[in-house]
Structures are given as structure tokens and as C-alpha cells.
Design a protein around this ligand. Structure first.
Ligand code: CP
Length: 478
């Protein structure tokens, strides 16, 4: 198996076997760091960082230098022609004609996919907005494996900003893929987005139990336990567990506590005003005295701000600086594999818990666009060439997932391309949750984000939509 010429945009792009193979190569490189020079001689890496970075950028650049390759870099969007209105696709084509591989960090979700679609060379996503950060996840998984030998069956607690933390989103899927149980401790208001949860449940086969708040965890100074994801390989099934049993589960110990900072740069104005800082508990010596954390690895993708006290740096459970240092050999191995200067050797069987799902794709031009304001597909410079495209991940309720940023949403109205039989009077649109909508075959589905949009496309409201419109109009007049 070879990874040469492929891109890494989301953690789903790598199978468990490929990740294990990458880790084997990382071990070899980490054990003889100074002997790798020359592996990528003559290769050029473009390092494009349009959001701040210390670890990811400098570890990628260090990795390429250690492999004997060269680096070209742009670390300020204002110093590139993107600031003159150039599209990401045009930039990708040009940089792809200069460099052999591109590493990109960009604030727009799905930007790395666009670069991968147009560059013609391998592309590595170094963080696209709040979407994913797959190479950080490789560092995280590698660290857990080095410290605990296996990921399967471990209990990993995710702490803090689970809404905007891109490292969290990639890590959730990776942990599920390797059969870990996940405990969600979000800062209130910063819970894991619904579309991430939906994907986790549908595509990774485990069970998710949601909780309001557990008195015990609040008492211990933790964020409330919001939910537990239990892998299908887990001996206990959640259906049999009461809150009391979960408290017992917690007391058996958490294998790793993955702390994240509040991602303030992505907060909405409302969230910024919500005094989230005051309600963000600090992981400190006192908290780590709790029984659940006796043997817990304390991890953090860094940078930290106030959520992780400096006093725990000397604690042997704290491994976040080791985690960051491992970024260099991990990224050396990844660059060598994607550039095809090293081959993948996959140890053992690929025992992934992910269940690849072949969803129908919706790409009709019916005026529907991704509702995520940070999605690359709706940005002014990109709409000239990006055609919105969605996976139909559910029919009840109808749920679309943008192929760029992976946000999920439930559109309001649908119609069928084969029901009107040429008669304009029959060309009706329906509520997406109506019994008519459920009868429409996937290949005939036309989806609208508003009634006015459906009408602009020549469709008339069905009886139930008209009744709904009358009710809304009456309510407005009152
Ligand atoms: N963990 C991480 O992505 O750090 P940087 O933002 O410093 O690259």
C-alpha cells in the first residue's frame, strides 16, 4: 500500500492500518533523527499559514529540513495575492506548480479540501477553521500509543471548548475508529456540534448517552459530564447504565484528559459576552488529586492560556510538551510517505471501528448553499467556481452534510423532479418533514432552503405549505 501523491484533509483520509504504518515509520525516524537527511533531497514544501501557528508550522518546516528538503513559506494572508481577491483555487494551482507538497492552515472551513482539489500535488491540512486538524490528531494518537501501548478500550476525556476546537473534532473520529470510549466535558455553551455527534453515532457504531449534569463532577470542579460515547468493543453497554453506574465508571479512572483552550478567535459576539472565561475550570494540582485522574495522562494540543496551571508541568502525568515534540518525527514520516520517498509497511490487520457509508450526493443547482458562515464554499472569492455539494446523510429528518466543511443541516423544503409530469399545476414544493417528502427518491430530490427560493424555481406551495404560510401571516398580523 502506498500513500504517495495522496492528500491528508481529514483524519478519515487515513485507515487505521495506514496510521499504524505511519507510526512505525515515526518510531524509526525518532530513533535516528540525524540519519534522515537526504530522504527528501530536491523536494520543496510550501508552508502556507494564514492563521497564527507555532507548533504546526515550525514542526513541519523542521521536519522538511531534517529530511533534507527545502521550504517556501507564506505566513501572512495580507502578503499574498489572496488579499487582492485571488481565489484559493488559483493560488493552489500556482503554488502546486512551484512545490512538491503543500501544507496549509486557513481560517475557512473546507479550504484545505479546495487546495487539494486544485493543487495537483499532495496537500496536508494544518487546520481549517474549526473543522479539523488531522496532523495534530496523529501526534495525539501517537502519544497515547507510546504511553499506553494501545488505544482500544481506553477512556479518554475531552475537556473545554468542544465546539470550536478543530483538534477535538479530528480526535473524536480517530478515537472512535481505534475503539476508545470518549467522555465529553464541554464548557457550558461549547458542546460538540450536533453534526459531529451525528457522524460519530452513524459511522462508528458505538452508543452515545447524553447527560444533563452529574452532581459528582460539578462538585469535583469539573465541567459537567455532557455525554459518553462507548465503543462497540466496550464490555458495558450504556443502555444498562444509570447515572450512578457512570459515576462508578469515572472512578475506575480516566486514561487521558485532553484539555483545550477556549477558541476565542472563533466565538460569536454573543459567546464573547457570555463570560465563558470565568466558568472555564482550571486543570490544576487540586483537580488532578481526584480519584478518576490517579493514572491519567494530561494532554493538551497547546497553546494554553489559563485552563492548564503551570504548577502541573512537573507532574509525571503531564505529557503535553512531549506531545508537541513528537510533532517533528510524525510530520517527517508523513512528508516522506506522501512524497513517496518512503513506502508504508502496515503491521497486522486493519481493525477499524469506522463503517464507511456511501451517501447519495446532492449537487443540483436549486439555490441551496451551506449555512455555515465560515465555510469556504460560500465565500465571495470562491463562489465563482465552487458548486455547492452535499451528502444526504439522513432522510428522517432530511439532513445534508456539506462536502467542504462537513457541517450538517436540515433544509426546510423539497420537491420532486418527476412528480409534476409536465403539468405546471402539479409542480409543488413540500415541507421536508412531510409524508410527501419521504416518498421522493434520492435521485429525484430537489432541495430548497426557503419557500421563496422554491417559488423562484417555478414551484408552488403544497396545500400544507400554504396553510402554514397563512398561519404565519396571521400570527405576524396579531
Ligand atoms: N497545536 C497547534 O496546532 O499549535 P499551533 O497553533 O501553535 O500550531
Amino acid at each position: 500500500m502506498a500513500l504517495a501523491n495522496s492528500s491528508l484533509v481529514t483524519i478519515d483520509d487515513l485507515s487505521n492500518g495506514e496510521i499504524e504504518g505511519l507510526f512505525s515509520l515515526t518510531d524509526k525516524m525518532a530513533g535516528a533523527m540525524n540519519e534522515q537527511f537526504g530522504i527528501c533531497r530536491g523536494k520543496i514544501m510550501a508552508s502556507l499559514f494564514f492563521e497564527p501557528s507555532t507548533r504546526t508550522r515550525l514542526s513541519f518546516e523542521t521536519a522538511m529540513h531534517r529530511l533534507g528538503g527545502s521550504v517556501i513559506t507564506a505566513a501572512d494572508i495580507g502578503a499574498t495575492s489572496l488579499s487582492k481577491g485571488e481565489s484559493i483555487a488559483d493560488m493552489a494551482r500556482v503554488v502546486g506548480s512551484y512545490a512538491d507538497i503543500i501544507v496549509i492552515r486557513h481560517p475557512w472551513e473546507g479550504a484545505a479540501k479546495v487546495v487539494a482539489d486544485y493543487a495537483g500535488v499532495p496537500v496536508i491540512n494544518a487546520g481549517d477553521g474549526g473543522h479539523q486538524h488531522p496532523t495534530q490528531t496523529l501526534c495525539d494518537l501517537y502519544t497515547i500509543k507510546k504511553e499506553r501501548q494501545s488505544i482500544k478500550g481506553l477512556k479518554i476525556a475531552l475537556w473545554g471548548d468542544l465546539k470550536y476546537g478543530r483538534t477535538i473534532h479530528s480526535l473524536i473520529f480517530a478515537l472512535a475508529k481505534f475503539g476508545a470510549d470518549i467522555l465529553f466535558f464541554p464548557s457550558p455553551g461549547l458542546e460538540v456540534p450536533e453534526h459531529v455527534i451525528k457522524k460519530l453515532i452513524i459511522e462508528y457504531g458505538g452508543e452515545l448517552e447524553k447527560y444533563a449534569a452529574l452532581g459528582q463532577t460539578v462538585k469535583d470542579g469539573l465541567f459537567p459530564l455532557d455525554a459518553i460515547y462507548q465503543t462497540p468493543s466496550s464490555p458495558h453497554q450504556l443502555a444498562m447504565m444509570s447515572d450512578i453506574n457512570i459515576e462508578v465508571e469515572l472512578k475506575t479512572g480516566v486514561d487521558a484528559l485532553y484539555v483545550t483552550r477556549p477558541q476565542r478567535e472563533r466565538f460569536t459576539a454573543g459567546e464573547e459576552n457570555q463570560e465563558l472565561k470565568e466558568s472555564y475550570p482550571v486543570v490544576d494540582k487540586r483537580l488532578l488529586k481526584g480519584k478518576a485522574f490517579r493514572k491519567t495522562l494530561v494532554m493538551h494540543p497547546l497553546p494554553r492560556v489559563d485552563e492548564l496551571a503551570y504548577e502541573v508541568d512537573a507532574d509525571p502525568r503531564s505529557i503535553y510538551f512531549k506531545q508537541a515534540a513528537r510533532g517533528v518525527p510524525i510530520r517527517m514520516a508523513l512528508l516522506a510517505l506522501l512524497l513517496g520517498t518512503r513506502q508504508l509497511s502496515i503491521p497486522g490487520e486493519d481493525d477499524s471501528f469506522s463503517q464507511p457509508t456511501d451517501y447519495p450526493v446532492y449537487r443540483r443547482d436549486s439555490g441551496i448553499s451551506c449555512p455555515n458562515p465560515r465555510c469556504v464554499s460560500i465565500q465571495k472569492t470562491e463562489t465563482k467556481y465552487i458548486k455547492p455539494e452535499f451528502k444526504v446523510v439522513d432522510r428522517q429528518p432530511l439532513t445534508l452534510r456539506c462536502i467542504y466543511c462537513e457541517h450538517g443541516f436540515e433544509p426546510e423544503y423539497v420537491a420532486s423532479s418527476d412528480w409534476h409530469e409536465g403539468k405546471l399545476a402539479n409542480k409543488k414544493y413540500h415541507r421536508a418533514d412531510s409524508h410527501w417528502a419521504k416518498k421522493i427518491r434520492a435521485e429525484n430530490l430537489i432541495i430548497f432552503d426557503s419557500g421563496s427560493n422554491a417559488e423562484a424555481h417555478g414551484f408552488k406551495p403544497s396545500q400544507s405549505v400554504s396553510a402554514e404560510q397563512r398561519r404565519n401571516s396571521d400570527a405576524e398580523q396579531k
